[in-house]
Design a binder for this molecule. Sequence first.
Ligand code: G6P
Length: 612
Amino acid sequence: MCGIVAYIGPQQAFPILIKGLKRLEYRGYDSAGIAIFNGGLKVFKKKGKVQELEAHALEASKESTIGIGHTRWATHGAPDDINAHPHCSGNGRLTLVHNGIIENYALLKTALEKEGHTFKSETDTEVLVHLIEEIQKRDNLPVEEAVRIALTRVVGAYAIVVMDSKEPDKLVAARKASPLVIGVGEDEFFLASDATPIIEHTRTVVYLNDEEIAVVRRSGDMKIKTIDNEVQAPFIHELDMKIEMLEKGGFDYFMLKEIYEQPATIADCMRGRVNAAEGLIRLGGMEDHINRIAQAKRFIVAACGTSWHSGLIGEYLFEDLARIPVEVEYASELRYRNPIITEDDVVIAISQSGETADTLAALELAKEKGAMIYGIVNVVGSSIARITDAGSYIHAGPEIGVASTKAFTGQVTLLTMMALILAEKRGTISKSYFRQLASELAIIPKKVQKVLEYDEQIKYIASEIKDKPNALYLGRGYNFPVALEGALKLKEISYIHAEGYPAAEMKHGPIALIDEQMPVIVIATNKSAYDKIASNIQEVKARKGLVIAVITEGDKVISKMADYTIEIPDTEEPLTPLLSVIPLQLLSYHIAVMRGCNVDQPRNLAKSVTVE
Ligand code: G6P
């Protein structure tokens, strides 16, 4: 996590850096800092959000056409002013911002202390800048060479930008396992953890690769080499992103905007891919590899958080429709448990950001073991998108609210398309059922729109349960992962303890928690287990639990048992998660707002988890 941003060129750096940091705040908001240079080095740092840094620097003179900035998600050391980045070398010549973790920092620190270095902060980052200083000092090296040598001694992950006050006409950047994008303007460069701070200045970008170092100069010159000193030719990309995508557009929070965008983002995910009239579904990413994918002995899905929940829905889809065995793994567990992965497996990584460290590492392991790796990713050009053998973007546009919403429905839409393509190829569903599912999928955006129209009613239910300390979410089959996702949304943004459970499992534990204080949110839209879920609701009611049921329009039975109901339009059962999750997103959103929580930036969380 952590966001870094830097600028060099003819414009004033400070306002560009502040605006860039605000765009990157989703990556962490424990503290923020900026260093600029104008005859001398000036460093501003403040605990808290970027807004507080801005206020802190309000009166100061901030003239400078070069600078580096950082917004932090604390790993080493408390989130305070001293541990905030940028960090300076002992001689005050170098300043550095860093996203990642230097794993061998303790060893390096001891060695540097022996050389007489003293440290102000508890961070691993300060050790790195002192190491660069030590190397630079010893042989009077240019900063880029000192950075290169230092990085050969570092174990861990980094995206860094370094400013040398003796050479204020250049910036040095490097990355390994943490992202870094360079925006190329007219005699100016914008460096950032992702493209969002860059897009309003230039569409031309270069994604730095692992173990590459870039030197960008005020003259407009850019040089890239590896840490092994091999010169690299920069590969220029043109960004396809609109600035409005990064603004709230009249909504109070990004999360609400993103919930409301879902009819459009699901449609975007299917655009050019689903042709219901002709009963055709195609995914460019699968085409060149279709035989290997369709003949896989097993799929292994590796993901974290919300993406893991969509992976679970993928398991139901692939097994039910395409009859391919699936295992869904938390990426962090997969990589550390000596898993059996063979060349006959296809490992599917699901990730909104495309940067989650555990997911990336799990993929590297799968690659080593010879499996094919397929990515389902939102952020174009991200690390996961680049290391996979093949993959598909979900095209949800930038997701800024820390709690994932539109990325989830995009992932589920993509998984549904994949499952249908494979089902057709493997002949595991009838042609008529394939056509039926394809045409239902094509009209899902309209049905999502309809669910959004129940927002006022959902807000009312939120007001009734907002003060409860716990909540239980129940679902069966395709809607069990939706129950998990509903519970995760609630705890992430409202800090209410919530658990998701398969409805029938309730009897094996959670039922002991049920009393009149316990709201139980039941997704009761399945046709296949309707009677069973109705019995589960009776079991909750018998213990005085408060039942909020998500039901299918026109339901006559469960609607009478539940205390509150929210209707969703009828659809084919494998597609119900795309509708049933929407009221749960809205419910947690309203509860969190009513409890006075910062919905977009919940405490202790970050959107892009680039630490393991
Ligand atoms: C963090 C975010 C979640 C996200 C998870 C996985 O925990 O707060 O919203 O689901 O990371 O992130 P990814 O980018 O890999 O989907």
